[in-house]
Write a protein that binds this ligand. Sequence first.
Ligand code: NDP
Length: 259
Amino acid sequence: MTVLNAFKLDDRTAVVTGGNRGIGRAIANALAEAGADIVIANRNPESGEATADEIASATGVGTFAVECDVTDEDATTAMVEQTVERFGGVDVLVNNAGIVVHEAMETMTLEEWYAVIETNLTGAFLCSRAAGREMISNDGGVIVNVSSMSAFLANHPQRQVAYNASKAGLEGFKNQLASEWAEFGIRVNNLAPGYVATDNADQGAQVAENAVETWEREMLQDRMASPEMLGPTAVYLASDASAYMTGETVVLDGGYSVR
Ligand code: NDP
């Protein structure tokens, strides 16, 4: 296999949770450009369908959207069943769906804590279990969890303990799952972005005046990422280009974590 061929995803099917907007949409676009058929799984069917149609007309790959709240066990099972029905299997799962709640520890409610943990961590568990059962019966696959530099570092000036705990949880989840499913030919890796210009980051920017300037000052590259900047790394992790990599995290944060 040539180097460039190793990045190709022809004849593969990739499910991207939260693929309708933000980072998920950019990842779905990139995987489609590499040749994968794409399933957009999110809560808002209209937005999911619009994104799936746009990707199909831009790249020519097969796409469809499935309404799926990643915290709903039955919905995650149904999402994989529909994917198998349409494309015959699941080769790649990108656990991207995520939320953040900006609230100080001393005033954060239990509901806010659970909402973040259930979306970011339990959602990855449910989707991976459903897709993984299918991958096991199909001799392998790839799981990519969108983690965050917040798994490793405190954020300033935001208050977001549930978010950071959920992303740190994804790191342990990835290590153990990579170990348990290596025998089935399933690779599990994390992609940990720094600050990326999306709705999620906009929420963070509103917690303090000059928040964006504060973050950018702390990055070696002096700027937030665009969602599209994550696409090539997602293709690398999803494809045979990373065939010998499992249980790892790729940090893509413009040098924030070494500041
Ligand atoms: P956005 O807020 O732009 O998008 C969030 C996505 O998650 C939407 O597609 C949303 O779908 C989906 N989603 C949320 N909850 C659920 C749910 N219960 N079930 C299904 N889908 C759901 O966020 P980003 O694109 O910025 O973030 C994507 C991922 O990247 C998240 O995991 C986030 O933590 C992570 N990340 C983001 C960073 C950033 O700076 N932006 C930095 C590091 C990591 P819907 O439209 O249906 O609500």
